[in-house]
Design a protein around this ligand. Structure first.
Ligand SMILES: Cc1cc2nc3c(=O)[nH]c(=O)nc-3n(C[C@H](O)[C@H](O)[C@H](O)COP(=O)(O)OP(=O)(O)OC[C@H]3O[C@@H](n4cnc5c(N)ncnc54)[C@H](O)[C@@H]3O)c2cc1C
Ligand code: FES
Length: 503
């Protein structure tokens, strides 16, 4: 997934460089003691930070400086130039910072700085309960501790696995290119060290708003002073004859990904149902594993509704070049042990079927608790629900988006993490508005698509560049206003577009 930052390119910054070489706002990449280091002049001040992103090793030297942050070109994590701290996900860990000294007309990078001190203990009364161990729930828990919340903190998850790097489940992990240790967001000891009570494999069954408690199927009650609902989304299940057969899989959890992998030994032909991001990523992973793969979907082009006809056609061709066969304009009628039957009567051989036909937000608890629902849990700009003190974040939340002027719900990893961070700050009474520009990426073989903004509908797509050459920007506009941009092979442009959309 990552392009690792080169460790020793550029000058040895420990030996020093001419001060004039470091220009305001740009990144100069060098190295110190074998580590990649970026030297930045920002507002006249000099900063030296690691050149390697802590998420998947992205080359920060190829990123963008915005204000006092450096942003990663791969998945848009942001780090403070002053402290190295994560300003916004998907990274979880800070980057290292060095001291910079000017001697005459030379700049020298000397000595790593100690980590930034932890903030003072927060006076917020506990306990805080987080419902959901996904991206939003996990980042909220980390943020609460990082911001000095010392009270009781419980993270409840219906999943038996501790929070995982979900995007990897349909990419390198499923393709067999990522070791298992990449998958947990944190090792189990982390939760104990941070005094985060991790309650796994337990489903919450009720939010008692008046009594300020969460009740679980195991009969336990978790009282709260502050509650975050981050129950995410659940895959839509196939509702056709044969859908319950053991070789029919869905993909949301680590257990789901493992179940698909467990079937690979015996499988030769797979049918992927749906040409969504997950469907196509699964197709790519299974091709990498050597299976014959057909994708069946009702659309005329994959992902056309989200990305438009140009990118849809490009992705279709890309997958066909890797041997995927498409049966577009069709749905499945039934599944048997060795075949699937399409609506036109055609039969495809399949000893593995993976459905990626969308997700539904997990709303039932919030609905039963009487919270306002609007095709998601309705939240205000601070991610607070209609019940004061109860926040919602991630795939489950619909929030007011300043740019489009509408309420939006988005199913992206980075959005969920940033929601988790903002909700945590607001649980501590910080009144932090949710005002970032949504971002997602999707990986198909060696091609990454990056997307910033949010365009549910558009009336024009401007294409700049050439998709076949993998060097392209697509701008989605409505009434002349830019809503979103997708790029292939233009990581820096994606970062710049994000900064421009932030306005
Ligand atoms: C295979 C896969 C690949 C993806 N790839 C990408 C990608 O490349 N880029 C991208 O931007 N996005 C990607 N996504 C989407 C991204 O992972 C989601 O947007 C993100 O995980 C949402 O985070 P969340 O915290 O809102 O919910 P989730 O991650 O779904 O977590 C929800 C949690 O709530 C728990 N829960 C639900 N109900 C209850 C209950 N009643 N009691 C207790 N716990 C409960 C669940 O067990 C789970 O732990 C991918 C998703 C999948 C499934
Ligand atoms: S590698 Fe930097 S954000 Fe993913």
């Amino acid at each position: 997934m990552a392009t690792e930052a080169t460790q020793t390119s550029g000058p040895d910054l420990g030996q020093g460089i001419a001060a004039g070489e470091v220009r305001e706002g740009s990144l100069l990449v060098g190295h110190v003691d074998g580590e990649a280091v970026c030297l930045v002049r920002c507002g006249g001040e000099l900063f030296a930070v690691s050149g390697k992103c802590t998420h998947y090793g992205g080359p920060l030297g190829e990123g963008l400086v915005v204000g006092e942050t450096v942003r990663c070109p791969l998945h848009h994590a942001r780090f403070s130039l002053r402290t190295g701290e994560v300003v916004a996900g998907p990274a979880l860990d800070a980057i290292a910072c060095w001291n910079v000294e000017q001697r005459g007309d030379r700049l020298l990078v000397i000595g790593k700085k100690p980590p930034a001190p932890r903030p003072m203990a927060s006076r917020q009364a506990g306990p805080i309960v987080i419902l959901g161990g996904g991206a939003a729930g996990h980042v909220a828990a980390e943020t609460l501790r990082r911001e000095g919340y010392e009270g009781k903190l419980s993270l409840l998850s219906a999943d038996a696995a501790a929070p995982v790097d979900r995007p990897n489940l349909s990419k390198d992990y499923l393709a067999g290119n990522a070791p298992e240790e990449w998958i947990p967001l944190r090792p189990r000891e982390f939760y104990a060290e941070q005094r985060i009570e991790l309650v796994l494999g337990v489903r919450a069954t009720q939010i008692d708003v008046a009594g300020k408690r969460v009740l679980t199927e195991a009969g336990a009650a978790y009282p709260y002073a502050g509650l975050l609902i981050a129950t995410g989304a659940e895959p839509v299940r196939l509702g056709i004859p044969g859908a319950e057969l053991p070789h029919v899989c869905h993909l949301r959890t680590l257990a789901d990904s493992r179940a698909i992998i467990a079937r690979l030994g015996a499988a030769r032909r797979a049918v992927v149902v749906g040409s969504s991001f997950i469907g196509l990523e699964v197709a790519a992973a299974l091709r990498t594993r050597g299976l014959e793969v057909s994708v069946v979907a009702p659309e005329g082009r994959p992902l056309e509704r989200v990305l438009g006809p140009e990118l849809g056609s490009f992705l279709r061709t890309l997958h066909e070049q890797h041997g995927v066969r498409f049966q577009l304009g069709h749905t499945l009628k039934s599944i048997s042990e060795r075949q699937v039957l399409l609506d036109n009567g055609a039969a495809l051989d399949a000893d593995l079927v993976v459905a990626g036909i969308g997700v539904r937000p997990a709303l039932s608890l919030a609905q039963a608790a009487g919270l306002r629902i609007d095709r998601g849990i309705a939240v205000n700009e601070y991610l607070e629900t209609s019940a004061p003190g109860i926040f919602a974040a991630g795939d489950v939340a619909r929030w007011p988006d300043r740019r489009s002027g509408s309420n939006i719900r988005v199913e992206h990893w980075v959005v969920a993490e940033r929601h988790g961070q903002i909700a945590a700050l607001n649980l501590l009474g910080r009144q932090q508005p949710c005002d970032f520009v949504p971002f997602f990426w999707s990986q198909h073989y060696d091609v990454a698509v990056q997307y910033v903004g949010h365009a549910e509908t558009w009336d024009q797509i401007q294409v700049d560049g050439n998709l076949e050459r993998r060097d392209c920007r697509l701008t989605y506009l409505r009434e002349g206003k830019t809503l979103a941009l997708a790029t292939v092979g233009r990581n820096l442009e994606s970062l710049r577009a994000e900064a421009e959309l932030e306005g």
